[in-house]
Design a protein around this ligand. Structure first.
Ligand code: NZQ
Ligand code: ZN
Length: 380
């Protein structure tokens, strides 16, 4: 296990009716801005719960942070926030709203063009922010990450700042999610775990077991959620699984991959495909391409997560990858580039971008543009 320092300062406030707690969690002397997406929170009653809880607070509202939050939208919010001297932001919505909020919070403290912060990849300074999270998927409610898009240049990059001060997770807020977003949330959570787990063997027993626990739980709840979208206990498990997959707990002291995500961000930037579906398109092809490097861990995954106990090592791994693809398909998500009409032009563009930027992704720092090309060929 590698050396590490672990600190996750986000206060997690979990459960039915907990949105009312924001009244006590946000100091009344703050200049408060609420940020929202496109309006789902008005339809499902979350907005009403928030403004009722904040009846004794002063606040302004910023609406319109879109999925794959765009820098131009966020710059508008930064301009307003600077004028109003905003020093606390509450994101009410999904991961995109919260990711956008992280950039706004940093942009308030920055005098230059906020896109600089994204290109730099991090900001040490930002105003306080927190969330009411309505979509289990990204883990953004308890991590430092955000992913920001630029529609003009067709780019999408991660950006790191601080963890939210607090996040309220009420599983009842997920009852209004469309089936597609539930599937995407399950797939995103699954791949967040495998990005941290399917690397090198024998690094940490506890990280392995926690990761396997999340994967097995997801496989167990996914078919049940299909017919029980309003089952409180199922949606509670789903919500907490998504948080635990990407709040640092399963990544302590172990190597991490993240190449599927990095390639996926380019595909979203070029084609607008939803984040999680880029992962289901790419993940099995990546695992197949990197099979030799990941062999021992893939075997462990086959045996412990999929209970595959017969056959040669290669046969077990092949079966595990087939089962993984079948699982993604069972969620109704695409698993091959052809299903999304992605062909050689995109393969060239993505590979060339990796080469031009000198990127070396993956736990072995060996996924260059040429390896990206092989991965994409294996996803056809
Ligand atoms: O915009 P509104 O009207 O709120 O509707 C949203 C949006 O259309 C809707 N929605 C959210 N909660 C709902 C709901 N509809 C009904 N009921 C609810 N309870 O769902 C749609 C998608 O929302 P979005 O926030 O875009 O989804 P998600 O949470 O999956 O976020 C995706 C973004 O997060 C980034 C992705 O790249 C993408 O940009 N990621 C962020 C990460 C992080 N911060 O650590 C890690 C991830 O790997 C990911 O890359
Ligand atoms: Zn993701």
């Amino acid at each position: 296990m590698d050396n590490f320092t672990f600190c996750n300062p986000t206060k997690l406030v979990f459960g039915k009716g907990q949105i009312k707690e924001i009244e006590n969690l946000i100091p009344k002397n703050k200049n408060l801005m609420l940020t929202f997406g496109g309006g789902s929170v008005k339809e499902n009653g979350v907005y009403n719960q928030v403004v009722t809880a904040l009846k004794d607070h002063d606040f302004i509202e910023f609406w319109g942070i879109e999925p794959n939050p765009k820098i131009d939208t966020l710059k508008k919010a930064i301009t307003i926030a600077k004028k109003k001297d905003i020093n606390f932001i509450l994101s009410v919505g999904g991961g995109s709203c919260l990711d956008g909020t992280k950039l706004i919070a940093a942009g308030i403290k920055y005098d230059g063009d906020a896109w600089d912060l994204v290109l730099k990849g991090y900001s040490a300074d930002s105003v306080d922010f927190a969330s009411v999270m309505t979509l289990p998927a990204t883990g953004s409610e308890m991590n430092r990450g955000a992913v920001i898009s630029n529609a003009d240049t067709k780019e999408k990059y991660p950006f790191y700042s601080r963890c939210p001060v607090f996040s309220v997770l009420d599983p009842e807020t997920t009852y209004s999610l469309p089936d597609y977003q539930i599937s995407c949330g399950i797939a995103d959570t699954f791949v967040h775990v495998t990005e941290q787990y399917l690397t090198y063997p024998n690094q940490s027993r506890i990280m392995d077991r926690w990761a396997e626990g999340i994967l097995i739980s997801l496989l167990e709840i996914a078919p049940k959620i299909k017919n029980n979208k309003k089952d409180y206990d199922l949606m509670s498990d789903f919500m907490l699984l998504a948080t635990m997959a990407l709040n640092g707990f399963i990544g302590m002291g172990v190597a991490q991959d993240w190449a599927t995500h990095q390639i996926g961000h380019v595909i979203t930037a070029l084609h607008g495909i939803t984040h999680a579906e880029t992962l289901t398109l790419l993940h099995c092809g990546l695992l197949k391409t990197m099979k030799e490097q990941k062999k021992e861990k893939l075997l462990q995954y086959a045996e412990r997560v999929w209970n595959i106990s017969t056959g040669t090592d290669d046969e077990k791994i092949k079966e595990a990858l087939n089962k993984t693809e079948t699982f993604f398909k069972s969620l109704g998500l695409a698993t091959r580039l052809g299903e999304k009409n992605i062909g050689n032009d995109t393969i060239n563009e993505v590979a060339n971008r990796f080469t031009a930027q000198g990127r070396k992704a993956g736990e072995g720092h060996n996924i260059t543009g040429e390896v990206v090309r092989q991965i994409l060929e294996n996803c056809k």
